[in-house]
Design a protein around this ligand. Structure first.
Ligand SMILES: Nc1nc2c(ncn2[C@@H]2O[C@H](COP(=O)(O)OP(=O)(O)OP(=O)(O)O)[C@@H](O)[C@H]2O)c(=O)[nH]1
Ligand SMILES: C[S@@+](CC[C@H](N)C(=O)[O-])C[C@H]1O[C@@H](n2cnc3c(N)ncnc32)[C@H](O)[C@@H]1O
Ligand code: SF4
Ligand code: SF4
Length: 326
């Protein structure tokens, strides 16, 4: 069975699968007014997820990241993890979470097969954390990170979106934290989304400034591996943690794109900022549809563009990243 590849020679072994659009936080760059349901949404069920994962695995997917909204709000989140992890061809199961349920469930999720976890922490100052996320849950989330480190996850990453005039003074505190803690810190440049034009204008901060500061203070850029995707990683001999930068406005950012996305309602998104999703759900109803589903995936990959068009302010169908899992 041929592997998923686009017309620019990029290969896709990494699927980001959203399992819900619902979220309990109100991050100011994502869902500032909180989650607003549009009718009664029906997200992919376990059967559909099983058929989706089996088809993607057949054409080379080896890593699956479960995203949302807040993926851990799904009552069957542990079952989803187990289902994906039990698939013989899937080597890595990861999730990205706001961390609010992590302290109680880290061990349970690890036991179900989850191996990597990314937790969003936009500030180490609890008041700023509250201001950015709309939730007073800083201590709870930090306890969750401790629980994840204890549970034995292969990798614990912390995501912080860089925000001018909000968390832009936090670099020293973050560096101090990862000096003795084996955390991969990931700074993400704010990206413009359909609903976030004014916020973007007010708060976008280039990751290149952080890169310059790191290089000046003894950090060095790691050699990129195909696993890194579009991130640039840095390490320092005196620090246990590492730092990654996601800088989507830099030239050639998309050359190393290695990921595809499926929304919680079963639409394939060839890019985070694609103009439209392609429905797969009609072909997720039975394992017998696998051949047809795979054919649709191959066909669609010819439509994947070389890059996003964020520089021109084109944000595609993505109103906010909670709708596709970032
Ligand atoms: N433009 C763009 N942004 C991305 C891409 N991948 C991740 N991001 C951004 O980075 C955020 C954090 O991603 P995570 O879900 O933590 O995953 P990651 O760190 O990219 O993924 P891994 O490489 O699996 O660790 C996403 O929500 C996006 O905002 C990408 O392919 N393109
Ligand atoms: C959409 S959330 C979904 C998972 C989970 N709710 C969480 O916050 O980790 C995934 C990531 O997207 C990031 N994100 C959301 N909106 C963004 C934006 N406009 N620009 C850059 N990153 C964004 C968040 O900080 C988070 O790390
Ligand atoms: S970034 Fe994650 S936690 Fe914050 S509002 Fe968006 S989906 Fe929810
Ligand atoms: S912006 Fe689109 S093409 Fe570029 S790396 Fe992200 S998903 Fe891939």
């Amino acid at each position: 069975m041929s592997l998923l590849q686009d017309d620019f020679g990029r290969k896709f072994q990494y699927l980001r699968m959203s399992v819900t659009d619902v979220c309990n936080f109100k991050c100011s760059y994502c869902l500032p007014d909180g989650y607003r349901p549009d009718g009664k949404p029906k997200f992919l069920n376990l059967n559909e997820i099983e058929n989706l994962i089996s088809a993607f695995a057949k054409v080379g997917t080896r890593k699956v990241r479960i995203t949302g909204g807040e993926p851990t709000l799904r009552k069957d989140f542990t079952d989803i993890v187990r289902l994906v992890a039990d698939h013989q061809d899937i080597r890595t199961v990861a999730t990205t979470t706001n961390g609010y349920r992590l302290a109680q469930h880290a061990k349970e999720w690890y036991d179900a097969g989850l191996r990597r976890i990314n937790v969003s922490v936009d500030s180490l100052d609890p008041r700023m954390f509250y201001q950015i996320t709309g939730e007073n849950k800083f201590d709870e989330v930090m306890r969750g990170i401790d629980a994840a480190l204890e549970a034995g996850f292969e990798r614990v990453k912390v995501n912080a979106v860089l925000l001018k005039d909000l968390n832009d003074k936090d670099l020293p505190a973050f560096l101090n934290w990862i000096k003795g803690t084996p955390i991969d810190l990931r700074f993400i440049e704010l990206m413009e989304t359909g609903l976030g034009h004014d916020y973007f204008k007010a708060h976008h901060l280039a990751g290149a400034d952080i890169r310059a500061q790191l290089l000046q203070s003894g950090w060095s850029k790691d050699i990129s591996s195909s696993e890194d995707g579009p991130a640039q990683n840095f390490s320092h001999p005196d620090y246990q943690g590492r730092i990654g930068l996601i800088m989507p406005y830099e030239q050639n950012f998309c050359a190393s794109c290695n990921r595809l996305r499926v929304s919680a309602k079963g639409k394939l998104h060839l890019c985070l900022f694609t103009e439209s999703g392609v429905d797969l759900r009609d072909l997720l109803q039975s394992p017998e549809q696998q051949g047809e589903l795979i054919e649709r995936l191959h066909q669609q990959l010819h439509n994947k563009k070389e890059t996003h068009y964020l520089h021109q302010g084109v944000t595609g169908v993505t109103q906010h990243l909670a709708s596709i899992g970032g």
